[in-house]
Design a protein around this ligand. Structure first.
Ligand code: ZN
Length: 455
């Protein structure tokens, strides 16, 4: 009796193993066996496309056991191809879709399937393709023929990424329209990447003092409380206020604070300390030590450089940090600041300002690529205030001021609840209040004056 039972169990185990094996995989795409497809990319295209090809390859393998080959577009065209990004294949040429903002396009013509999206949007296309057409083992998928324009897949937010361009006014983001981007470390992009996010709104930045500094501006974004200038993580009465990093930690999430500024700089400090005076460095450090020891908040700051090797250092650092945070099943909150947009705007130095903007753009691309492969990630790009009164006249932008102004700044949002911000003007404190709301906390921030953005 035991022997028969053993035999039956062995048979079941063998069958289970075989059905998950590529050899016996009966999946098809557009009528052809999945295993007859190759993934094609171009070495001339951005690395985003190669990574998208790798993503499709590894996800298909995990789901079906089939390992598709990745080939370059200089190799002879095959019968069945999944073409990723801009290539020399005719399918790429016919994929001339009219996409706006966060949209990407998929073309299907028999056994030729092409995916295209600007820069990191190809990641959204790759994720969408796998989720929609490679559901599991042994399936028959049909990619709708012709060109489809699609939106990234978004799931309920578990991870939150807040990106702050210190001093980045609305016109700062438009400098890409008029300045030649020949910055060695950039993608050669002629657009501020925020414009690829699905929602664009506006934030009012004034503090209780009037025109804000980065301390009160940072505190508004980190705590949902308007306070006086110079204050770090404390309210008008001098009381400590709960920071979004502290809230996230208390909910079991991992937290990280990254900045191109040193860690006692007003913005990173606002997300990791409570101190009455932004210039009281030792008090800030003391407070930060307490936060890191209590919650394990990762504080990684001080990247002020411009050379390509070191920029790669920033992108790697970001990926490394995301990898660490990714291991937390409860999700994470991360704040990243580009501090030098403000510095160079104070000096009215357009050239250096643009370098800082390109560097910020590269950081945004790295975070957005992550978000598209992890659709439970919400990304907010905003500023604490505008600096320099950057003004447009006759197709050029020029500074009119040497300090902060009260001009509204942009809020670019991707992910869950993005639509709440689209085309809407909010007080800066409503941004972290909405994040807290999505974390399930409705008593965060100054609820007496403002509410979070309810549906
Ligand atoms: Zn400033």
């Amino acid at each position: 009796m035991k022997k028969i039972l053993f035999l039956i169990l062995t048979c079941i185990a063998t069958l289970a193993l075989l059905s998950s094996c590529a050899l016996f995989n009966s999946s098809t795409i557009n009528g052809e066996k999945l295993s007859s497809y190759k993934i094609v990319y171009s070495a001339d295209d951005h690395d985003y496309s190669y990574r998208a090809a790798e993503y499709i390859q590894s996800s298909v393998k995990t789901r079906t056991g089939v390992e598709l080959k990745i080939v370059e577009d200089d190799q002879t065209e095959g019968e069945c191809e999944i073409i990723v990004g801009e290539t020399s294949r005719s399918a790429s040429a016919s994929l001339d879709a009219d996409c706006s903002r966060s949209e990407f396009a998929i073309l299907s013509d028999g056994t030729k399937i092409a995916l295209e999206g600007d820069y990191f949007l190809i990641a959204a296309a790759a994720y969408y393709f796998v989720e929609t057409f490679v559901p599991t083992n042994n399936y028959q998928a049909t990619v709708p023929s012709g060109v489809s324009v699609c939106e990234p897949i978004v799931k309920e937010a578990k991870n939150f990424i807040m990106l702050i361009g210190d001093g980045m006014g609305q016109n700062h983001t438009k400098l890409f329209d008029v300045l030649e981007n020949d910055v060695e470390y950039g993608d050669g992009e002629d657009i501020f990447y925020g414009y690829y996010l699905s929602a664009i709104g506006y934030s009012r930045t004034n503090s209780l003092t009037g025109t804000t500094d980065s301390a009160a501006g940072g505190t508004a974004l980190s705590s949902g409380h308007k306070t006086y200038n110079e204050h770090i993580g404390i309210d008008a009465d001098g009381n400590d206020v709960l920071l979004i990093t502290e809230l996230a930690s208390s909910l079991g999430k991992s937290t990280a604070v990254m900045s191109t500024e040193t860690k006692t700089g007003a913005t990173p400090a606002s997300f990791s300390a409570h101190a009455e005076d932004r210039d009281g460095k030792s008090a800030i450090l003391q407070s930060q030590i307490q936060l890191t020891s209590q919650y394990g908040t990762l504080i990684d700051c001080g990247y002020d450089y411009y050379t390509s090797a070191k920029l790669l250092g920033i992108e790697d650092k970001i990926r490394e940090t995301l990898d660490t945070l990714d291991n937390d099943g409860d999700g994470f909150f991360l704040m990243y600041e580009e501090a030098h947009i403000d510095k160079h705007s104070h000096n009215n130095d357009t050239e250096k300002l643009f370098l800082a903007l390109v560097r910020f753009n590269q950081a945004i691309a790295t975070f957005m690529e992550y978000a598209f492969y992890h659709p439970d990630t919400m990304v907010i790009i905003t500023a604490d205030h505008e600096t320099g009164g950057l003004t447009e006249g006759e197709g050029e932008y020029y500074f009119t001021y040497g300090d902060h102004t009260s001009a509204d700044v942009f809020v670019f949002v991707h992910g869950a609840a993005a639509e709440r911000f689209d085309g809407v003007s909010v007080e800066n404190i409503q941004i972290p209040m909405t994040v807290a709301h999505l974390m399930g906390k409705d008593d965060f921030g100054d609820r007496t004056t403002y509410s979070h953005l309810t549906e």
